[in-house]
Design a protein around this ligand. Structure first.
Ligand SMILES: [Mg+2]
Length: 242
């Protein structure tokens, strides 16, 4: 029997963090600077650049560890805090709280259908890995959510040096999967997840979102088992360039 493998996006697919980056800053400001009133909507335009996934065509393989990764990111956060009235020194202090605040497992939750779907697919012979545009600490977050055991590998762009839809992100995730495997990608982003996978010939399912240009899509993970199991695709991975 052929090896069957699913590459999973993480954020918005398996789990979510309330408020994401803007929420992280609001949480920090609420405690540290309660007199500053700023909303997520006000912060959002300032955080649309400076994150590595905003430029997925640019590899960042020169970044070697978590400290360097955050160092590259935090100036964008500091500049945002200065815009809202903090001194440069205070902005740097609060930006330094971002990694722990963002990654705090208490702020992350699984979707209701995550464990049941991973369990059902595992029982029918699928193995799983995560392929995510994410922070270096993603494996810790996955572990804290109690789902690490489902995955053979957890690939985060922060460590790979490539952001989806860059094809090298997918190539790295395919490497440990046996040749001639059946491989699917599952994610909530039509470009990073779906088009990224398709450019390497990997079929993909868009979940929790809709997009008229995407062939396979479903509103939750509940319908996913049927889509993946009923597709006549055989060894779709045989011709994927590694
Ligand atoms: Mg996502």
């Amino acid at each position: 029997m052929k090896h069957k493998h699913i590459l999973w996006d993480f954020d918005g697919t398996l789990a979510y963090r309330d408020g994401m980056w803007t929420g992280t800053l609001i949480e920090i400001l609420r405690t540290a600077e309660p007199d500053i009133s700023v909303t997520r909507d006000q912060l959002r335009p300032h955080l649309r650049k400076g994150f590595p996934w905003h430029k997925p065509q640019v590899p960042h393989t020169h970044i070697r560890d978590a400290a360097q990764w955050w160092q590259a990111l935090l100036p964008a956060v500091e500049q945002t805090l200065v815009v809202f009235g903090l001194s440069a020194a205070r902005a740097a202090e609060l930006a330094a709280q971002v990694p722990a605040q963002f990654c705090n497992p208490e702020n992350w939750q699984l979707f209701e259908d995550t464990i049941s779907t991973l369990t059902a697919l595992s029982e029918t012979g699928w193995s799983h890995s995560i392929l995510s545009n994410h922070v270096p600490e993603l494996p810790d977050i996955v572990n804290a959510l109690g789902i690490s055991n489902f995955f053979t590998h957890i690939h985060t762009s922060a460590v790979m040096g490539f952001e989806k839809p860059h094809e090298n992100a997918f190539r790295i995730a395919l490497q440990p999967i046996p040749d001639n495997s059946v491989v699917w990608m599952v994610g909530d982003n039509p470009i990073a997840d779906i088009r990224g996978a398709q450019q390497l010939g990997i079929p993909a399912v868009l979940v929790r979102q809709t997009d008229p240009t995407v062939q396979h899509q479903c509103p939750s993970l509940i319908e996913l088992v049927e889509i993946i199991e009923s597709d006549p695709v055989d060894s779709n991975n045989s011709g994927i360039p590694r």
